[in-house]
Design a protein around this ligand. Structure first.
Ligand code: CUA
Length: 326
């Protein structure tokens, strides 16, 4: 309890994560106000009830109940005082709700697409990431969110910010991070098998570092070869959910020995799986369906940069025993 009291002013506590956004102070203040109001009310009510139960218990057979019918002042007091607390809670909560509801003008808008089971963050300059959300510190960020399939919900506990992400419409969530660091972002609406894996870090960086990240986001992370970057993309972009790399059959064809081999399609044609075929299959998967598989893959057009496409193709090439497609 002492720890929670102290947490009013400091960072994380038993119940709440560190305060990392402009919402946190008011949010936590209200939380502790309600908590301690409840704790004290509970103690008073149960305490008095127990005391009365003992003091005014029937002590012998035939003892009469008091004829006292009530006390006007007491009844007014126990109606008015709790009402005042409720009014304080309402006004405090409503102000906080309105603040969270309305993003400030000029906020940095980042587009969020949720799908089973990953988050895709697209920045105003077109950079897309799925492994982390990078945002600048001390600048309002507005997330414009939509889902490609089921209902998800984006939650950043350290920012005290949460909003459902729905298919077929946009929802908006905004926050302003107040300290640099890495904080967890979760999906908090059960959305199927890998729901628990829809968590990525939010990395809050300085404005300069953010601009620098935007510039570098187009290429492979430090020290990775193109095909190694492709391997991480296969996992982070969700390819691995349907395509194995060991030849085993999944929802889609395995990537093993795909490049350079002849493919047969449901329209009766066939083609060698060269770079152009791989690119087309990623961007326009419905164009050619391999015999034995369904047309279920979503298009990645606009979701992957040219560099990322190139990296994916470079990785798929390493999984084939053919080095050239002829
Ligand atoms: Cu997405 Cu749970």
């Amino acid at each position: 309890m002492l720890a929670s009291l102290l947490a009013w002013t400091s960072g994380a506590s038993l119940w709440l994560p560190p305060k990392a956004s402009t919402f946190a102070a008011s949010h936590d203040g209200l939380f502790y106000f309600i908590l301690w109001t409840c704790v004290i009310s509970f103690a008073v009510v149960i305490g008095v009830m127990t005391w009365f139960g003992i003091t005014y218990r029937r002590r012998k057979e035939g003892e009469r109940t008091s004829s006292n019918r009530g006390h006007f002042g007491l009844e007014v007091a126990w109606s008015v005082v709790p009402s005042l607390f409720l009014i304080v809670i309402f006004v405090w909560g409503f102000k906080g709700f309105m603040t969270m509801q309305v993003p400030p003008a000029g906020a940095l808008t980042i587009n969020v697409t949720a799908e089973t089971w990953l988050w895709r963050f697209t920045h105003p300059t077109g950079e897309t990431s799925t492994e982390e959300l990078v945002i600048p510190v001390n600048r309002p960020v507005r997330l414009l969110m939509s889902s490609r399939d089921v209902i998800h919900s984006l939650y950043v506990p350290a920012f005290r910010a949460k909003r459902d992400v729905l298919p077929g419409r946009y929802t908006v969530l905004w926050f302003e991070a107040t300290q640099e660091g890495t904080f967890p972002l979760y999906c908090t609406e059960y959305c199927g098998t890998n729901h628990s894996m829809m968590n990525v870090p939010v990395r809050v960086v300085s404005e300069e570092a953010y601009q620098q990240w935007l510039e570098e986001a187009g290429g492979p992370p430090d020290g990775l070869e193109m095909h190694e970057w492709g391997e991480t993309l296969v996992r982070s972009q969700g390819c691995a959910a349907c395509h194995s790399v060991d030849g085993s059959r999944g929802v889609g064809p395995s990537f093993l020995n795909l490049y350079g081999y002849e493919r047969e399609f449901t329209d009766g044609t066939s083609r060698i799986a060269d770079e152009s075929y791989l690119r087309e299959s990623i961007l326009e998967p419905a164009a050619l369906i391999t015999v034995g598989y369904q047309n279920v893959m979503p298009s990645y057009a606009g979701q992957l940069s040219d560099e990322q496409l190139f990296a994916l193709i470079a990785y798929i090439q390493t999984l084939s025993d053919r080095t050239v497609a002829e």
